[in-house]
Design a protein around this ligand. Sequence first.
Ligand code: ATR
Length: 289
Amino acid sequence: MVKAAVIGDPIQHSLSPDIFGFLARERPTIELNYEARNISSLDLEKFLQTVLAEKSWIGLNVTIPHKESVLKFAKQISDSVRIIGAANVLQFKEQEIYAYNTDVIGIQESLNRAAVPLAEASVLILGAGGAARAAIYACASMGASEIKILNRTVSRAQSLVQEFKNAFGKIDFSVVSENLNSWQPDLIIQTTSVGMSTGASDLTYENLYKEIFKNAKKKAVAFDLVYRPESTLFLKKASTQGLAVIGGLWMLIEQALATWEIWFGPIPDKSILSEKLQFFLRERLRAHP
Ligand code: ATR
């Protein structure tokens, strides 16, 4: 029996136990016991020591508020974790911790799946939080040449630009306001919690979305990292303007598969499994929107 868990505080809304329960049923050769654990910041270090000592643990999914604080316990961190400053997957090997960021992999795989060409692309990122950092890293490492960031709090976007300029010197980073003039992005990624069923309403952004999509190139793509609801106002407005759209469900699926591969190695029939997981999650989200 191999053990794993998602840790956070709070944790009750996490879909991870459902997702990994599904994957474990699909892969019965791996006997996985996966659970959600509410771990406070004060208890984090002790919890990590306990699970490392119990050799049956393979790793953890990590969510708020531990994505940054787990780093100080890791023996090795991936490049994306180093630049983003946050990890969401831990792997335990020989009682040491290895830290990864599957937000980045989830975004990259979603873009690959939709065959979005990133080489020399101009990208607009909406938001400047943790999800935006993952999106910027993903696009920068896939060859984008220009990345503009639009955020409610301009100073946050400015510090992101500064940080990423240092990490990716060749890319043209800048902050934009809601007035985009005639700039035409190839890809727009919505990374904020606006429009999420548990977050702020997106109606105030209706005009901004119109403005962005009106300017976008004909072949531009709109990608919303929000998966609840499946079709956000951002995606609806993009479709109306004739853009191709990618919903957040794919990121969730690709992230889960990436976690599985970190823990257990390559999945041979990945495309079949991802379709099955998509079907499972759609049902799950319909039943509990
Ligand atoms: P995450 O890690 O999920 O990205 P975060 O770091 O809290 O979460 O970032 C949330 C993002 O959503 C930020 O870009 C935030 O904008 P601010 O930097 O101005 O706070 C954005 N966001 C959240 N609620 C918002 C709202 N009501 N209107 C506009 N932007 C909002």
